[in-house]
Design a protein around this ligand. Sequence first.
Ligand code: HEM
Length: 305
Amino acid sequence: MRPGQSHPRAESSMSIAEGAAATTDDQEGAAAPPKSERIYRHAATTRATHWINLVCVTVLLLSGLQIFNAHPRLYWGQYGANSDQALIAMEATQDRQGRLVGITTIGPARLATTGLLGASVQDGHLVPRAFPVWLTLPSTRDLATGRNLHFFFAWILAINGLAYLVFAYFSGHLRRDLYLRPEEKHLRHLLADVWAHVKLHVPRGEESKRYNTLQKIAYLSVIFGLLPLMVLTGMTMSPGMDAAFPFLLDVFGGRQSARTIHFIVAWSLVLFAAVHLFEIFLVGAFNEIRAMITGWYEVKPEKKA
Ligand code: HEM
């Protein structure tokens, strides 16, 4: 069923923004306040592409860290090798007693990160390793498998992302549910939304039927910012793609800069996912995740004044 279509069971709705006709479970009398209302919140294409995206992003992150471990130093510009100054590095060294220590360097800052970054436990021993075994795919050192997984899922991510964009554009999902309405572009509205988030406000009733402003901005930043940047910087690192699209190297200032941006964007996506999950648990994980699986969302009734 498509959002906007009526449903034989009469639970209809569509777009999260328009909130369309919905039913209540309470049929007991006209005077009684509705107990709950169900709306059709997410179209099948949004749901399918969302979960495929999650699998892709997860495998890409973990296999990407496996690839990073092969040379855990990031540079800026066209070139970068062991003798060059690194912008970010995760390496192991020895202290005065000859014990292994993990050191993470970010610009001028040097942080001791033993146990997590630079040096961590593998098979009961502390070993030099940028990211630990539980954060890489495969867990043990295997660059070839890491690359195969990474490139395979990169294609799925790109195709899935394009399918989502085509659907979201032609179905009106982008315009209806994700683009900011004129009043949402005012600073005062934005600040009020920031304040509501600070107060951990949980929307109910009509308000919960649409994405809030910060939520829209976060989704739009991921859809049109972080994910395309991920794909483009990934392409810039590929010699084959460089041959086909040489301007990519100019756009990102070289293959090493592209690798650094790729790494930073990957962790920005992790940050987004952490906040995204926090919000989902805040407003009700069961209802939210069920809606992203079945399409149907239970609207919490407004609190009585
Ligand atoms: C376990 C991890 C995740 C869970 C449980 C989850 C769950 C959800 C849910 C429930 C929604 C709907 C929110 C609402 O209706 O208010 C949503 C929307 C969305 N999520 Fe996630 N998500 C996860 C990971 C991710 C990741 C990793 C990304 C991107 C890299 C992502 C990107 C998005 C986007 C862009 C939307 C809006 C989709 C649209 O309406 O077109 N999610 N997610």
